[in-house]
Structure formats: C-alpha cells, structure tokens
Design a protein around this ligand. Sequence first.
Ligand code: HEC
Ligand code: HEC
Length: 448
Amino acid sequence: MKHKFVLAIGIGLGIAFACAPYPKDVETNPAVKAQRFPKGSFDGVIKDNVEDMIDKGRQIFRFDTFGSEHFWGDKLKLHETIAGEKEGGIGPGLTPKQALQLGLKVDQGAVPATLLEVMKGGAVSLENPETTLELLRANAVVGVTGFFEKKRLRSIGIQCAFCHSTVDDSFARGIGRRLDGWPNRDLDVGAIVALAPNLKPMAELLKSDEATVRKVLKSWGPGKYDAELNQDGKAFRPDGKSAATVLPAAFGLAGVHLHTYTGWGSVTYWNAYVANTQMVGLGTFFDPRLKNETQFPIGAAAGFGDLRHAPDLVTEKLGALHFYQLAIPAPTPPKGFFNKDAANRGKDVFNGKAMCANCHVPPLFTEPGWPLHTPEEIGIDDFQANRSPEKRYRTTPLRGLFTRMKGGFYHDGRFATLDEVVKHYKTVLKFDLTEAEQSDLIEYLKSL
Ligand code: HEC
Ligand code: HEC
C-alpha cells in the first residue's frame, strides 16, 4: 500500500514537471531545447558519433597519405626504385621478398583472392618486382599507397600505419591480418628512404649533402626512426651512436597525458606534428616552440613552427584520428608468455619494494597528471631529453610490453632485455631484490 502511494505521488509530480517550467526560479539556457529529439535522446547521437569517428579514424590511420606523395614520390622519386626500369622507373625494381626483408608488411585481407591463391601454391615469385606493383595496386602494402597512372606507378605516399601497424603473420612471415597500433619493429625506415634516387630535398633541408643523409638513414636500423632530426639536425649522439628512437606503441594511450618518449604533447598534438613535419603531408601546424633557433635550428629555418598549406589535407582528419588512436587497446600477451603465479608475486614487488608504481601508476602505468622526469631521476643521459621542448623523459605506459621485446627498451632501445631494465633501476632507485623477486617482477612486466 505504502509503495503504491509513493508511486502515485511520483507520477503526479512527473506530470507537473512536464507541464510547467518547474522550478520557476531556475533559469536554463534556451539552447538546450535544440537537443530535444522526438525519438531517442542525445545519447543516441553520441553513440552514432562513436561509430562514425572510429570508422573514419581507422580509414585515416590506415590509408590517408595527407598528400605526402608530393614528397616521397614527386620529390624523392622513391616510387621509381620500387617500380624498376622495366616499369618506367630505375634499376631492377623492388621484389616482394626485398620489401618483406625491409620490414614492410602485407595486409592479407587486401590481396586479391586469385593472387593469394597463386602465392599459396608458390606459383608467384616473391622475387619478381611486378608482384610488388600488384600488391601496391591492391592497396595491400601496410602504410604505403602507390598512385598509378594507367599501369605505371606514378608516385608514392605513406601513412601512420607504415610505422605503427604490423601484421599477425597468419599467411606467411610479413603477410597477415593488420595489427593497428603495434610498433613495426621490423621496419627499416631509414633503409627504405635511402632507396630513393633523389635525397637532395632532404639534404637541402638538413643543410647537408646526399651522401651524408644516406649514411644517417642507414645508421637507424630496423624498428627505429628519428622524429626530431629535421628540427635539430642531430643525427648522432655524443657517443657516436644513432640518435634515432625505437618505434613506440600507439595503443593503450587513453588516459595518458603526454606522448612520445620526451612528452612533446598530446596524441593529437603529435599527430599534427608527424603528419605535417615528418610524413611531409600538406596541412596546418603551429608550435612556436619550434621557432627556437638554438634548440631547433633546422626546424626554425624551415618554418615548421608555423606551417600553412591550402588546401589543408590534415586538420579536418585530426579529430577522428585522435579518437581512433585512443580506442586502440593494449593487446594482451599470448598464452604461456608469462608465469601467472610468478607474475602475481611480481605485482607486489612492482608496487612495493622496487618502487616502480611511484611513476608507472597502475592501471595506466604512467602518471595521471604530468608524467615527465629529469634524466637524473631515471639515471640516464640527457641527450634525447634535450631534443624536446620540456627537456625531460615521459614515463612510458607499460601495457603490451611483449610487442616491444624486439628492439629493446627505453627510448633508444638501450636495454636489450627486461632483466637489464630492472638491473638499471636497482642502481638508480637504490633497492635490492633477491633473485626470485627479480624474476617475479619480470614475469609481472611480461603480463602487462
Ligand atoms: C616514419 C615512422 C612514423 C610514422 C609514419 C608515424 N609515426 Fe608516430 N611515432 C614514430 C616515432 C619514432 C615516435 C616516437 C617519437 C619520439 O619519441 O621522439 C612516434 C610517436 C607516436 C606516438 C606517441 C606514442 C606514445 O608512446 O606516446 C603516437 C600516438 C603516434 N606516433 C601516432 C602516429 C600517427 C597517428 C601517425 C600518422 C599521422 C604517425 N604516428 C606516423 C614514428 C612514426
Ligand atoms: C622516476 C620515475 C620512474 C620510476 C620509479 C620507474 N620508471 Fe620505468 N620509466 C620511467 C621513464 C621516464 C621511462 C622512459 C625512459 C626512456 O624512454 O628513456 C621509463 C621506462 C620504462 C620501461 C621501458 C618501456 C619501453 O617500452 O621502452 C620499462 C620496462 C620500465 N620503465 C619499467 C620500470 C620498472 C620495472 C620500474 C621499477 C623497478 C620502473 N620502471 C620505475 C620512469 C620511471
């Protein structure tokens, strides 16, 4: 009885609310009425937007060149080496085998069924550069788009997926289904760019010569790229090693405040930076920090701090691209990759004695807030930090570490194994672990 009574009052009040602008002494923005939908609600609009943004973002991440073909193809003529003399280019052409050896990946899903069938039977030679052109025509080379005129490869552009996607090898090594956000630690970006017949535009920008640029490109090696070279011109560290960094994961980044190893900015900041200044797409980019001639002599002279192109082929894509980036979760490690019991014990070491969680705060595994640290805090040199505006290192989110086992850890891959990483922290953070604790901690890291 009592319940029914309360319900009746409730319904009565509900009707009263619907009829009168109750309560009378509260003023609301008349604009909200624009969001009263005959059916559904604004929630539905949001949900539709989610799907739309993901679809658009995925397309951009995988296939948008941002107009970069004006550089890689039209200027550097990279497509000519790929096509080979017989197909209107120069030299013998790039065979699929060579492309795969350079770490380029093939999206199995995009390879025409007939071609896949003959590849399966081994009837198609991976030694034939014409097959490379066929794969490009099918848009099956991950992160690379060939532009064809009639049958000729006319130009070539690159995408985000070039460095930040790989494949699961489900068909063969280097051929499989796409894994967006996974760093392609096989990809030899430098060796690929060095194939270009004309490196003059790069040499001019870097105020250097073609031979030196080629030498620098070849010094990077697989899984590495230098996203600051054309800002500061520093190709080598003081110890003579390459200044390139390893390709980072572009997954598991939702909730993370600053991006890149040195915290240049947010994901969308960096997307605009890369699309305009690294992929050499044609968009708009503004960052007055790059006008600092002492820190960024090359970028300042090139006007990278204030780039404008008309039409702008980047800006309208940033929203969906950002959205898609944040939607990519960190992958879970394969079965049997780590010992579960040991990992459970290692969690306590991580959060306790080893002090890892002071910076790698679970479950983000970076700091909520401002995740930057001085080189001294993590016990390493300041070379790479000093190439960034904040002159610090960003606490790397640790999820999906298993995708980064190849190429090493820390920004330049200086620690080949997790064991080396932990040994390093022992001396810097001054803690001691028994052998069992150390191995438990490593199993925990592998489980993330
Ligand atoms: C030629 C290779 C290459 C291409 C192409 C490329 N990136 Fe990157 N990306 C890198 C490297 C190297 C870094 C690390 C840079 C640093 O720390 O200085 C990076 C960093 C990032 C990060 C930061 C990851 C983190 O841990 O915070 C994101 C996000 C990212 N890239 C997204 C993109 C998107 C989106 C595109 C396309 C617009 C793109 N990248 C194109 C090589 C590339
Ligand atoms: C003072 C803050 C801080 C503490 C404490 C800390 N880290 Fe880090 N960690 C960082 C920073 C900053 C980086 C990035 C270094 C770089 O890229 O050069 C990093 C990078 C890493 C990486 C490399 C990730 C990659 O993909 O390259 C691993 C692994 C790691 N930390 C594990 C640990 C473990 C395990 C502990 C505890 C023993 C720990 N960290 C303690 C700040 C910290």
